[in-house]
Design a binder for this molecule. Structure first.
Ligand SMILES: [Zn+2]
Length: 818
């Protein structure tokens, strides 16, 4: 309780909601119960009949004035009571926790089950379909104590098929598909549907935004215009960049290897690509909150990605197939753009990418934010001196009022990579043949990022490559690709329209209340961690209190002026898809650089329609977009034991990220510093190593093992998330009505259903190639491990499912960080 109240002081609006929900909820149940019990007493006839008789006699004995006054007093009293009731409704909010107002109640025949405080079955269509979905995913024949993933998701994996153009189907992706249909209807409707938006969100600008997003979508769907343009928009763009050895536009200069300055050429191409993508060759630069002073933005430099994404695709087992597919893709690009590249040139290009991959850091090492260096531009001049940084950065920031000098602060990621970059570039510059290869590589990278938005032939090249690396078959519908394009490029604009139509502010209040419950449960884990010293624990509790919540959508959605500022400069044309995208990219680029001169603002980094959530260590924020606040994660009608298992565990996951092996390096203000005592930091390391080792022992898809260190942060978050959600539910269980789900509560207890609801958020079916690919680079463990790990480490699970000690899902030795 103390914790919740102290949070109330931090954020009175959210805290107020929490207090209001608990207070009005308990009051509502109590009042309803008393009224029900009083009915028989009130309607017992005898005592009431004799009192009535006495009243009638008394009334007959009064004169007319007394009778008039008596009636007037009665009428006035009734009026006053009616007025008071009306004012109460206006000034006191209705119960905010949607759980309390949404159920159709039906009394279960027979005596209530032992321990039930409210026996009713929820027959709302949401509850019926929820029951059906839960049962349809399960394999009840499986032993929950030996393989809970099979028990919760066994039938899911048999009933679903991987959709065309994707590598997996999951609970998340099914919801994303459903969302795409909603987004499509927004983008294809000739006029805005009737306003559903809450009064705070209604905006005259929405109609303008609606028409504009529709034009962007229409331009994507305009296949004939895209086919007619072919690849010309890109060849026009790259013409002034050269000279190119493999491509000489009419009137352009010829390539001369000895005259061509390799590092200057790289800097020019990076500068060009920066305005359109984050996928850059050789090195990256972007604007981010300063690692050691989270209130300001700085330039951040790091290692670049190769075409296949990460070093793991170029070194080690299994890379040959991917590299052969890459070779074929590069030849197709050369043919499409009429570049003068031979098979031997392409082999050299792949060899160059291999050399870049060899000096690149593996993804498991890149997770470590303590390796980010806070320095100045001078660091780059001293350690990556082959690039003219002052010239590069002056051009980079030429459109904004931010003057860059050698003393301008920067963050350096991937230091070991950047230190090896110049020696590699110098070796390449010393050999004319290798210089030619670098020139060809820059040409390919300049066009590669645009392929998917050009004509069909161009878009097919990266798709075919993706098919081989990730085992994808077929292609999504064109409308789905265009919905994804608008959602990806103009995400917050489309998000505003999505929120207007499909998000209910009541969910926001209910979820804020759950967040407070889950934080309170996590606070108990901090108190119970015997390995923490008192000072570190106190600071950790302060950090927990300091976590801010973003729920649903950005605040500016309710502000007409801010909306116009954000989206007013976009004017899309329905026949110019490529130009529309360039407009978005270039405006976004200038806006991103302009942040250098602005303090950091806490804002949503994920669009409202995303089926996802995040924790940001630099701002100490947890964020839950509107997209994830719907089934299967949350619905107002869902009973608490389902909501806490699904969205509750997602909330717990994000909260725990603040204290995982990376989040723990940031203090409550988002600054990276060592605020842990050495002894406690060492104890944390040992507890985390237990989880890393445990996950390394899990095998998925026959023989795939996942590096424990790569998935450590997500695994700690999953474990802490489930534990906190379960505890938050148990703390709340007696305060909320808990309707039963048809056909489910006869089979399972509410606690069992919470674990099932949690596990079913991780049901998935993936291609074999994708399982292998993810195991190398994805910091998120596969679904099976996201169930096995947290379930087998949970101290309540064994009792809830009556699993014997030593069963696979109830091992005697459990790993616990939080
Ligand atoms: Zn996570």
């Amino acid at each position: 309780m103390k914790y919740v109240r102290s949070n109330l002081d931090e954020d009175s609006e959210i805290g107020g909601s929490s207090s209001g929900i608990a207070g009005s909820g308990a009051g509502a149940i109590g009042t309803a119960g008393e009224a029900f019990q009083n009915v028989p007493t009130v309607t017992v006839p005898r005592p009431r009949a004799s009192r009535l008789q006495r009243l009638r006699n008394y009334f007959r004995q009064r004169n007319y004035l007394e009778k008039f006054l008596f009636i007037a007093v009665c009428v006035l009293t009734i009026l006053v009571l009616l007025l008071a009731a009306f004012l109460y409704r206006v000034t006191c909010p209705a119960p905010q926790h949607s759980f309390e107002v949404q159920y159709r109640k039906e009394v279960v025949p027979g005596p209530p089950a032992k321990g039930e405080n409210l026996s009713m079955v929820c027959l709302d269509p949401e509850c019926i379909s929820l029951s059906a979905r839960i049962l349809s995913y399960m394999n009840e024949a499986a032993n929950p104590c030996e393989d809970f993933y099979e028990f919760a998701c066994g039938s899911f994996r048999k009933r679903v098929a991987i959709p065309p153009g994707t590598q997996r189907v999951t609970s998340f992706s099914l919801q994303a598909e459903a969302n795409e249909i909603l987004l499509r209807s927004i983008l294809e409707s000739p006029a805005p549907p009737a306003a559903h938006a809450s009064p705070s969100l209604r905006s005259a600008f929405s109609a303008e935004l609606y028409a504009n997003a529709g034009r962007l979508y229409a331009s994507c769907m305009n296949v004939s215009a895209r086919e007619a343009s072919g690849v010309e928009p890109v060849t026009n763009m790259i013409a002034p960049l050269g000279p190119w050895a493999a491509h000489r536009p009419a009137g352009g200069p010829a390539f001369n290897a000895s005259a061509w300055n390799l590092t200057k050429g790289i800097a020019e191409v990076v500068q060009f690509l920066l305005a359109h993508t984050e996928s850059l060759p050789f090195f990256t630069v972007d604007v981010e909150p300063d690692n050691s002073n989270s209130s300001r933005h700085v330039l951040c430099f790091g290692q670049a990605r190769t075409i296949l994404g990460v070093r793991e695709n170029y070194v080690g087992n299994g890379s040959a197939t991917n590299l052969a597919a890459l070779s074929e893709a590069l030849l197709s690009v050369a043919q499409l753009f009429n570049f003068n590249l031979t098979q031997s040139n392409v082999t050299d290009l792949i060899d160059l990418e291999k050399q870049i991959a060899q000096i690149s850091l593996p993804e498991s090492e890149r997770r470590d934010s303590t390796k980010i260096i806070t320095s100045t531009v001078r660091y780059l001049m001293d350690n990556v001196g082959c690039v003219n940084w002052l010239d590069f950065l002056a051009r980079y920031a030429s459109n904004v009022s931010y003057h860059i000098t050698p003393d301008t602060p920067v963050n350096i990621r991937d230091e070991n990579y950047l230190r090896q970059l110049c020696p590699l570039l110098q070796r390449l510059a010393a050999d004319p043949q290798k210089k030619l290869t670098v020139n060809n590589y820059l040409l390919i990278r300049s066009v590669w990022i645009f392929l998917s938005v050009l004509n069909k032939e161009a878009a097919a090249i990266p798709r075919k490559l993706h098919h081989i690396t990730d085992g994808v078959h077929g292609s999504p519908n064109p409308w789905a690709l265009c919905v994804r394009s608008v959602s990806g490029m103009f995400g917050f604009g489309l998000g505003k329209l999505y929120v207007d139509q499909h998000f209910d502010d009541e969910s926001k209040l209910a979820v804020n209340s759950m967040i407070n419950d889950v934080k309170a449960a996590f606070n108990r884990s901090l108190q119970e961690a015997a390995w923490m010293d008192a000072t570190t624990r106190r600071l950790a509790m302060a950090k927990l209190v300091g976590i801010r919540n973003l729920v649903g959508y950005p605040d500016y959605f309710g502000n007409e002026t801010a909306m116009r500022e954000e989206f007013g400069s976009f004017r899309f044309a329905s026949g110019e898809y490529f130009n529309n995208l360039l407009k978005i990219q270039r405006l976004g680029h200038v806006k991103s650089i302009a942040k250098l001169a602005e303090p950091v603002k806490v804002e949503f980094e994920m669009t409202p329609q995303s089926i996802n959530a995040y924790y940001s260590p630099s701002s100490n924020v947890i964020a839950f977009p509107a997209g994830i606040l719907q089934r299967p994660f949350y619905q107002a009608q869902f009973p608490p034991y389902i909501s806490y298992g699904a969205i509750g565990a997602v909330i717990g996951h994000e909260v725990t990220h603040g204290f995982d092996d990376d989040g723990k390096n940031f203090d409550r203000n988002g600054n990276q510093r060592q605020w842990w005592s050495n002894r406690t930091a060492q104890s944390f390391k040992e507890a985390a190593a237990c989880i890393a080792k445990q996950y390394e022992d899990f095998v998925v898809d026959g023989d795939v093992r996942v590096p424990g260190q790569l998935v450590l942060g997500e695994s700690i978050a999953d474990n802490g998330g489930l534990k906190s959600a379960y505890r938050a539910y148990k703390d709340r269980a007696n305060l909320l009505p808990e309707p039963l789900l048809p056909n489910l509560n006869e089979r399972f207890t509410k606690e069992q259903l919470l674990f099932i609801a949690y596990s079913q958020t991780w049901c998935e079916l993936e291609t074999k190639e994708s399982v292998r690919q993810s195991a190398k680079v994805d910091p998120h463990p596969p679904g099976k491990m996201r169930v096995w790990g947290p379930i087998s480490n949970n101290h309540d699970f064994g009792g809830v499912f009556k699993c014997p000690a030593g069963a696979r899902m109830n091992p005697v030795k459990k790993c616990t960080v939080w």
